[in-house]
Structure formats: C-alpha cells, structure tokens
Design a protein around this ligand. Structure first.
Ligand code: HEC
Ligand code: HEC
Ligand code: HEC
Length: 155
C-alpha cells in the first residue's frame, strides 16, 4: 500500500520534470512570505506577566543558516509553524520532571537554548581560535548577543 503511494508520488514528480509546462505540482509553488526585517519575539499574550522586554530578532541576518536549523518541523509540515504553536513551545513554565513534555516546551527554555546556545557556541569557537595563536587568514566568525540586556533592552 505504502509502496504504491510512493510510486505514484515519484511518477507525478517525473511527469512534472519531463513536462514542466503541464503545471503538475503547481500546488507546491504557493508563495511563502518570509519576514526580512526584525521579528518581535514576545511571551504568550494571555495569562503571562513578562519579566523582561520583548526581543527584536533580525531574521535575515541569520539566513546564512539552513532554514530548518530553526524551523525544525518544516521538513515534515508543509507550513512554517510559529514556535508557540499548541503542543510545541507553548508552556509558561518548565514542566514538572515527571511530565511527558520536554523542558523546551516552556517557550523561554526553547528560545534561550537555541538563540543563546548558538551565539555562545560561536563565542567559544572564537576564543579557541584566538588562544590557538594561529595566524588567522580571515576574520573571526561573527556571533550574536549573549548578555541579557543585549536581547531584552529593558529589565
Ligand atoms: C536563527 C533561526 C532562524 C533561521 C535560520 C530562519 N528563521 Fe524564520 N523565523 C525564526 C523565528 C524565531 C521566527 C518567528 C517565529 C514565531 O513568531 O513563532 C521566524 C519566522 C519565520 C516566518 C514567519 C512564520 C509565521 O509564523 O508567520 C517565515 C515564513 C520564516 N521564518 C521563514 C524562514 C526561511 C524561509 C528561512 C531560511 C531562509 C528562515 N526562516 C530561517 C527563526 C529563524
Ligand atoms: C545557529 C546559530 C544562531 C541561532 C540559532 C541564532 N543566532 Fe543570532 N546570530 C548568529 C550569528 C552568526 C550572528 C552574527 C551575524 C552577523 O553579524 O553577520 C547573530 C546575530 C544576532 C544578533 C545581532 C545582529 C546584529 O545586527 O548585530 C541578534 C540580536 C541575534 N542574533 C538574535 C538572535 C535571537 C533572538 C535568536 C533566537 C530566536 C538567534 N539570534 C538565533 C547565529 C545564531
Ligand atoms: C540571544 C537573545 C537572548 C538573550 C541573550 C537572553 N534572552 Fe531571554 N529570551 C529571549 C527570547 C527570544 C525570549 C522569548 C521571547 C520573549 O519572551 O521576549 C526570551 C525569554 C525570556 C524570559 C521569559 C519571558 C519574560 O519576560 O518573562 C525571561 C524571564 C528571560 N528571557 C530572561 C533572560 C535573562 C535573565 C537573560 C540573561 C541571563 C536572558 N533572558 C538572555 C532571548 C534572549
């Protein structure tokens, strides 16, 4: 059953490749609106009192990376889901240890792990490069902020 399904899929793709003018598979060419400027990242609006100011995230500055590095469900889902989609990073606190939800279900843990995790990783790489004493041919790799007020300008 599954094999037949895969075969049909392959033949549709093949027809699309051989006869691109037929418009086969045009449904996969729907437009995707990609925000190029700053995206304001904020906590859930309902029943949550923010401790820090919202974060201005320069989206396109990060386009050297694979989209899926951050939009990690995009391979399986046809659409890009917002991070706080129900069942994803939608909790307002770290779930209890015996809960079946991972710690990154709390939106703050997810963002901090991803954003600060990557920036810190690059910082560590830079430090290693500097300490190695090697003459650097190029520039040190650029990185992003790791200090609280660099991302949350107000407490
Ligand atoms: C460093 C992480 C990162 C990378 C890399 C990244 N994005 Fe994003 N993107 C985000 C975040 C965070 C949001 C805001 C999501 C939210 O509001 O929940 C976002 C939002 C979006 C949205 C709007 C989604 C919505 O809910 O309206 C689209 C579309 C999008 N990104 C496309 C892309 C594409 C295409 C690429 C690759 C060229 C890409 N992104 C690369 C982090 C990233
Ligand atoms: C996979 C690695 C990676 C992830 C994930 C990532 N960043 Fe970055 N970020 C970078 C790098 C690299 C730079 C430096 C880019 C440059 O200057 O060209 C950067 C730069 C920035 C800057 C400074 C931009 C500027 O113009 O100086 C901000 C602010 C920032 N990131 C916020 C975030 C936030 C918020 C998130 C999480 C939603 C995030 N980043 C996730 C790698 C990452
Ligand atoms: C690279 C950017 C970045 C850095 C650095 C960072 N945060 Fe965050 N933080 C975020 C993002 C993105 C969110 C999710 C969006 C939001 O809540 O504004 C968040 C959420 C939070 C939240 C939950 C929302 C709220 O306001 O109650 C708290 C608390 C918080 N951060 C505190 C801190 C503290 C304390 C530090 C320093 C130790 C820090 N953050 C460093 C990006 C960052």
């Amino acid at each position: 059953m599954q094999k037949a399904g895969i075969l049909v899929l392959i033949s549709i793709v093949a027809v699309g490749l051989i006869f691109p003018g037929l418009g086969v598979g045009s449904s996969s060419e729907e437009e995707l609106c990609v925000p190029m400027g700053e995206i304001t990242l904020a906590p859930p609006e309902r029943d949550y009192e923010a401790k820090r100011s919202a974060v201005e995230f320069p989206h396109a500055v990060h386009f050297d990376y694979n989209c899926q590095q951050c939009h990690h469900t995009w391979e399986k889902e046809p659409e890009i889901l917002s991070c706080q989609t129900s069942g994803c990073h939608d909790l307002k606190q770290t779930p209890a240890k015996n809960s079946n939800r991972p710690a990154v279900s709390f939106f703050k843990n997810a963002y901090h792990e991803m954003c600060i995790g990557c920036h810190k990783g690059i910082k560590a790489e830079r430090k290693k490069l500097i300490q190695s004493g090697r003459v650097l041919k190029g520039e040190l790799p650029r990185t992003g902020p790791t200090g609280c007020t660099e991302c949350h300008p107000k407490e």
